[in-house]
Design a protein around this ligand. Sequence first.
Ligand code: HEC
Ligand code: HEC
Ligand code: HEC
Ligand code: HEC
Length: 425
Amino acid sequence: MLAGLSCPAEKLDPPQTQPAPSVERLVLFFSGDTLGSLKPCGCSGGQLGGLEKRPAIFSEVPASERLLLDTGSLVEGDREQDLIKFRILFRAFSLLGYDAIGLTQRDVEIAESLGLIAGQQHPFAIIGSDGEQTGVERPASFSRSFRLNGGELAVNVAAFDARSDTAERAAELFASAPRDWRLNVLILHNSDPGSVLPWTQASGADCIVCTSTTDEPQQLSEHGARPLVFTVGRFGRHLCRVRVALSAAGTPTLEWTDISVTEDLPDEPALAQLYRQYQQIVSDSNLLENYPRVPLPDGLRYAGSKSCQPCHLYEYTLWGSKAHASAFATLVEVGSDRDPECVICHVVGMDRESGFISAQRTPGLKDVGCEVCHGPGSQHNASQGLALTVEPKVACLDCHTPEKSSGYAGHEEEYLEKITHWWEP
Ligand code: HEC
Ligand code: HEC
Ligand code: HEC
Ligand code: HEC
C-alpha cells in the first residue's frame, strides 16, 4: 500500500490482490494541522496535545480495524527548527503506524527539500495536493478495502487544494475507484467553510476534512448529513474519530466524535523517546546561540541580576526566593533549556544583543531576572542608581499569556502580590 510521488495518479490504486480483511467494525482516526506542536510546553496545567499520548487513543481499536490519517500542515514555517520538527513528525507517523498522510503543497515542498520523498520508502502512504502551482506532480491517492458486515468496502483517500483544484477533478478520481461500495474521504487543503460548498455538491466525497481555523475540531455539516464535513483542530490538541457502519444496501454511515488529547493519558515510551531526540537535535543545532538578536536602544546593555544585589540586597533576596528566580532550572528539569522556543520567556533578553545566549556564556542572565521587568541596567548601575531604570514594570502579559499561564487573566493582583520584592509604601 505504499504510494510513491513519482507517478501522477489520476487513478486510484488497482484492486488489492489479497482478499480484503474481514472486520467487525471500522474506525477512521484523523489528526492534522499539528503546526509543529509536538508536545504542549507544560507551562500551566491541563494543556492538551502531545504525540506521545496518541497511542492511548488509537489503541482503543485493534490495528486491523482502524485507519490512521493525517491531513497535513505539519509545521508553521520553514525556519531551521520547523524543518527539524518536520523530520521528527515523519518519524512519529512511522512509529504511530499511520496509514496515509495528506500533505499540503507547502508540506510537499519541505518534504522534497529534506529528501523525504524521492527514492524514500515510508510505512505510510504520502498523498498530496495538486502541484500545478508548484511544479510538484500530484502524489498518488490511497485506497484500502475491508470486508465489513458481509460487504466489501473500499476506503479511498485523496487530498486536493481548494484554491487550485476543482471538485470535478476529485469526482473523476473517486469515480475510478475499483469497488462498488466506497467511502470517499477528501482532505481539502486551503479551505474554509465559505469555499467548501462546491466540493460538498460535486466531489463525490462522503467525508470532507477542511483546514482548521480553530484549535478545537468542528463538525461543519448538519448531524447525519452527507457528506460529513469537519475540521480536526490545530496543534494536535484533539483527534477526530469517525466510526463507519455499512447498511444492508451497502451505504456507509458515519459517526463523528471529537477526542481531547488530555494530560492524564499515558505517554507511549517510543514517542517520549523521540521527543528527547528532538530536544537533543535542537540542542546540537545551536539554535539558541544562533538566534537573531536585535540591538538595545540608546547603547544600553544588560548587566545581570547579580549586579543589582550590592545596592538592592532586600529586593534581590526576596526575588531569589520566588518562582522567577528558578525559571531556567525549570527548563533544565524538562530538558528544554536549549530550545529557543522555550528559553525566550525563561531568561533575560534572549532576542536582544547583550542578552541571554546560553547557560555557559551568559550565566548571569538565566531566569526571569530583574532586567526583564526593569530594563537593561547598564546606565542605572554606572550612575549609582541616579539614572532611572527604563522599562514599564508591569509587562507581565508578555509571558503570562492565556496559553502559557492560564491562571493569570483575572488574577493579576494575586500574581503581583506573589512576586512582591519591594518595600511596601
Ligand atoms: C520573561 C517572561 C515573564 C515575565 C515578563 C513575567 N513572568 Fe512571571 N513567570 C515567568 C515564568 C517562566 C514563570 C515560571 C517560573 C518557574 O516556575 O520556573 C513565571 C512565574 C510567575 C509566578 C509564579 C506562579 C506560581 O503559580 O507560582 C508569578 C506569581 C508570576 N510569574 C508573576 C508575574 C508578574 C506579576 C509579572 C509582571 C510584573 C510577571 N510574572 C512577568 C515568566 C515571566
Ligand atoms: C510566552 C512565554 C513562554 C514560553 C514561550 C514558554 N514558557 Fe514556560 N512558562 C511561562 C510562564 C508565564 C510560566 C508560569 C505559568 C504560571 O504559573 O502561571 C511558565 C511555566 C513553565 C513551567 C513550570 C510549570 C509548573 O507547574 O511549575 C514549565 C515546566 C515550563 N514553563 C516549560 C516550558 C517549555 C518546555 C517551553 C517550550 C516548549 C516553555 N515553557 C515556553 C512562559 C513561557
Ligand atoms: C517580573 C517583573 C519583575 C522582576 C523580575 C523584578 N522586578 Fe522589581 N519590581 C517589579 C514591580 C512590578 C515593582 C513594583 C511596582 C512598581 O513600583 O511599579 C518592582 C519594584 C522594584 C523596586 C522598587 C521600585 C520603587 O519605585 O520603589 C526595586 C528597587 C526593584 N523592583 C528591584 C528589583 C531587583 C533588584 C530585581 C531583581 C533581583 C527585580 N526588581 C526583579 C517587577 C519586577
Ligand atoms: C550602585 C548601586 C545600584 C545598583 C548597582 C543598582 N541600583 Fe537600582 N537604585 C539605586 C539607587 C541609589 C536608587 C534610588 C534610590 C532608591 O529608590 O533606593 C535605585 C533605584 C532603583 C529603582 C527604582 C527607581 C527606578 O529607577 O525606577 C529600581 C526599579 C532599581 N533601582 C532597579 C535596579 C536594578 C534592576 C538593578 C540591577 C540591574 C539596580 N537597580 C542596580 C542604586 C543602585
